[in-house]
Design a protein around this ligand. Structure first.
Ligand SMILES: O=C(O)CCC(=O)C(=O)O
Ligand SMILES: [Fe+2]
Length: 359
């Protein structure tokens, strides 16, 4: 359960005007990775082109045929649901131990507070760092992963297995992006995520069913903010969820569209770092989760990030294709993260790194 202090539910509920607006279904492009892996060069080129078109469009697409065993996915989902069904105090023990081991660490269990800038959502979550070996860690990257109660060994083992599979898939997709863009260095994006210092993360979100809401909060049919609107700061995010809806993406005209859930597919987001590397050609998609369902939503997201010291800047060949206009200044991932985490979720975090039009 998500436990709320008095008044917090009202803060999570949307203003009445926004709730009434019907959200249409998003037209999400679908990419079949199986068609890219069979040795058929033309087929692979077509998939690479489709990936690039999707990244330039919504910055969001669906991936099938990726070869992650469905049985592993079902077990991850069950183990995550079992963790979130534990008594509140047991779940909080995970955070307490992680915080004691590394003060200020964002990793561990969290409930309804997202980040440290006052963002609230109808969500509880587990956040892990990802080690070079592809294991889920509650300690900061580079430190020894600690085995903490009450995250059972079985959940840990499943998440480790999942991370290895999902990271490989993310890197295949990143390779297709580079191919589709005609870049010479095919691993220019994937090598950042595969680097042993890569700052990647895994988040398991649980959105409990919508509570009975009083008129004063979100109304009888109201929607709550599960995860407020934001863009993901990293290079790529790969999301999988159960059958419960809630995810919405922002379209280029600023309107919102609901993503129909599909437990048999992965959803890929372009992150801020990839928008920068592609000089703005790929779009870091703004998204949010709204809770209106009476069924819980469980989602697992892999965030592929670069090493902290990595210098990020638009790739020269893409700047050239853009008439020589360099849209972002160079910065390190450490610098970007520090800047992004100082702000509220909904803020445009990339604008601080944009160059002026005449640069
Ligand atoms: O839980 C979801 O479905 C999406 C959450 C999200 O956008 C995030 O954790 O960055
Ligand atoms: Fe996100």
């Amino acid at each position: 359960m998500v436990v709320l202090a008095k008044g917090e539910l009202e803060q999570i509920a949307l203003p009445a005007a926004v709730q009434k607006a019907a959200v249409p279904l998003a037209d999400v492009p679908e990419v079949d990775l199986a068609a890219a892996g069979g040795g058929d060069v033309r087929g692979r080129e077509a998939v690479a082109r489709a990936v690039v078109a999707a990244c330039e469009g919504h910055g969001f697409f669906k991936v099938t045929g990726e070869g992650v065993p469905t049985e592993l996915l079902a077990r991850v989902e069950d183990a995550a649901a079992a963790f979130f069904a534990l008594p509140q105090l047991e779940k909080e023990a995970a955070t307490a131990t992680a915080a004691a081991a590394a003060p200020g660490s964002p990793f561990g269990y969290g409930s309804k507070r997202i980040g440290s800038n006052g963002d609230l959502g109808w969500v509880e979550y587990l956040l892990f760092g990802v080690t070079a070996a592809g294991t889920a860690a509650l300690s900061v990257p580079g430190e020894e992963a600690s085995s903490l109660p009450p995250i059972s060994d079985s959940l840990r083992d499943l998440l480790d297995e999942y991370i290895v599979a999902v990271r490989a898939m993310a890197c295949e997709v990143l390779g297709l992006m580079a191919e589709g863009l005609g870049l010479e260095e095919r691993d220019v994006f994937a090598r950042l995520v595969l680097d042993k210092e890569s700052d990647s993360m895994l988040r398991v979100n649980h959105y409990p069913p919508r509570p009975e809401l009083k008129q004063s909060a979100a109304g009888p049919h109201g929607r709550l903010t599960g995860f407020g609107e934001h863009t993901d700061p990293q290079i790529i995010s790969v999301l999988r969820s159960n059958d419960t809806s809630g995810l919405e993406i922002s379209l280029r005209d600023g309107s919102w569209a609901a993503v129909p859930p599909d437990r048999n597919s992965f959803f890929v987001n372009v992150g801020d770092a990839l928008q920068v590397l592609t000089n703005g050609r790929f779009r870091s998609v703004r998204h949010r989760v709204m809770v209106s369902s009476l069924r819980p939503r469980v989602s697992v997201i892999f965030f592929g990030g670069p090493p902290p010291q990595e210098r990020l800047a638009p790739l020269p060949s893409l700047v050239e294709e853009d008439g020589g206009r360099r849209r972002y200044r160079e910065f390190t991932w450490r610098e970007y993260k520090a800047s992004a985490y100082r702000t509220k979720l909904a803020e445009n975090r990339l604008c601080h790194f944009e160059t002026a039009a005449h640069d």
